[in-house]
Design a protein around this ligand. Structure first.
Ligand code: ADP
Ligand code: MG
Length: 431
């Protein structure tokens, strides 16, 4: 049976200096009784916005949410949410924090307490009823978060990246405990929606994965995971599902980046990746034989997709690697770069960024045109701010300076907040 229907949901937000932009566009899916569904997407793809809409906390611009066939117009009575940052009140005990879940319910206090104590026991916090959050570890705090959501006995338990602020071991424990409660019917919850950007987690936990892309958040694929619990993370089936989802996610991102690049030679942004990360990445690909499956790097090194993507994109922009359908391959220049000594590396890097990175070229051009070969960073920040927010512009400049410094093209003077052309840069440029 369908518990929840999300129909044609779209949502726009006002972004600084820009018109309204769609964060979510034409989202359609159902949540059925008896299933765990993951919603998987990169950060900023609108996942939290989507669950706020489902919970009835904010209104969509288009579309409706139906809970048990009724349009949700106010707070959705059928769902409760577990948040990433626990959301506990430090001055309340575990028991009092859990009781908060029932604050709006018209139930005698004795019964509320009974339910709270029972659920505290279920999540494994028996004995910690009177403890304060500061006395608890991260994993235990999140158990309180679970208890507070479960005490309501919601039809649908929604979890917004509930494991992502925990260390790996703790989060594995918590995932397994939650699955055990679910599989063993120890909680009355009828369906679980898990928001995550972790592919392995989605494949491990859920019956169905809904993948959403960014700008705007759109469903790009839906995959049924037909593996019985408990799942073996090293089984070929498990790994091939991860591989497939990884390709869908990275493929979308990188192809889109390439389109933007093609559309405009004057690309005004660089991926947020420092030289150290780019060289490390290129060397790793070389160590792995010059070509590798991108998802393997992610899973083996426990790197999040979001942390890895800018590095992949930067190394592609500069011209050291090529990405195609899930594989990253070293280019000829990439190989040369790996084999070169320190000085030669800088030289290759310099040539490549001057060839391929519009902003680096622009900065060098402007600096050369100045008699004193220096210019205030505000000059560039102002230009960048026409398209970006102040903090994005600062991050951009930060990366550009990092690249420029390594390439020995320009540096940054902390005292005057100026960019300065490197003395040797002009000779490099004449070559
Ligand atoms: P996710 O949870 O997938 O990381 P969010 O739903 O939190 O994504 O945010 C999606 C985008 O919408 C982001 O760019 C975010 O900055 C923007 N956004 C979220 N809430 C608001 C809001 N209330 N006003 C303006 N922009 C918002
Ligand atoms: Mg979020």
């Amino acid at each position: 049976m369908s518990l929840l229907e999300v129909k044609n949901i779209s949502k726009k937000f006002q972004f600084p200096g820009k018109k309204e932009i769609y964060v979510l566009k034409d989202i359609n899916f159902n949540i059925n009784e008896g299933e765990i569904v993951s919603i998987l997407g990169p950060s900023g793809s609108g996942k939290s916005t989507l669950i706020r809409i489902i919970a009835g906390l904010i209104k969509p611009d288009e579309g409706v949410v139906l809970y048990r066939n009724k349009v949700v117009t106010d707070v959705n009575p059928g769902v409760s949410i577990v948040f990433q940052n626990f959301g506990l009140f430090p001055w309340l005990t575990v028991e009092e924090n859990v009781l908060l879940g029932l604050i709006s319910k018209d139930i005698p206090i004795e019964e509320k307490k009974e339910r709270a104590l029972k659920v505290i026991d279920i999540v494994g916090l028996d004995g910690f009823e009177k403890a304060y959050p500061k006395e608890l570890s991260g994993g235990m705090k999140q158990r309180v978060g679970f208890a507070r959501a479960l005490v309501v006995e919601p039809d649908i338990l929604i979890m917004d990246e509930p494991f992502s602020s925990l260390d790996i071991l703790t989060s594995e424990n918590l995932k397994n405990d939650l699955l055990e409660l679910w599989i063993g019917n120890k909680i009355p919850t009828k369906a679980i929606v898990l928001i995550t950007h972790n592919i392995e987690e989605a494949v491990y936990m859920s019956d169905r994965v809904i993948i959403i892309s960014k700008d705007p958040g759109k469903i790009i694929e839906e995959i049924d995971i037909k593996i019985p619990h408990w799942r073996d993370k090293n089984s070929p089936k498990f790994l091939s599902l991860i591989d497939r989802i990884y390709t869908t996610l990275t493929g979308g991102e990188i192809e889109r980046e390439k389109e933007i690049l093609k559309a405009s030679k004057e690309i005004l942004v660089v991926p947020y990746a420092r030289v150290g990360a780019i060289t490390g990445f290129v060397e790793l690909i070389s160590d792995l034989g010059g070509k590798t499956d991108l998802f393997k790097i992610g899973t083996e090194l426990y790197i999040n997709l979001e942390d890895l993507l800018p590095v992949v994109e930067a190394s592609e922009l500069i011209g050291f690697t090529n990405y195609k359908q899930g594989d990253v391959e070293l280019t000829e220049d990439g190989e040369k770069f790996v084999e070169a000594d320190v000085l030669k590396k800088k030289e290759i890097f310099r040539e490549k960024v001057l060839e391929n990175v519009f902003l680096i070229k622009q900065i060098v051009r402007v600096l050369k045109s100045k008699a004193n070969k220096r210019i205030s960073e505000d000059f560039f920040l102002d230009i960048l701010e026409r398209r970006l927010t102040r903090s994005e512009a600062e991050k951009q400049l930060d990366i550009l300076i990092d690249w420029g410094r390594y390439a020995e093209l320009f540096t940054y003077d902390d005292e005057t907040d100026e960019l300065i052309l490197e003395e040797e840069a002009e000779t490099h440029l004449e070559k």
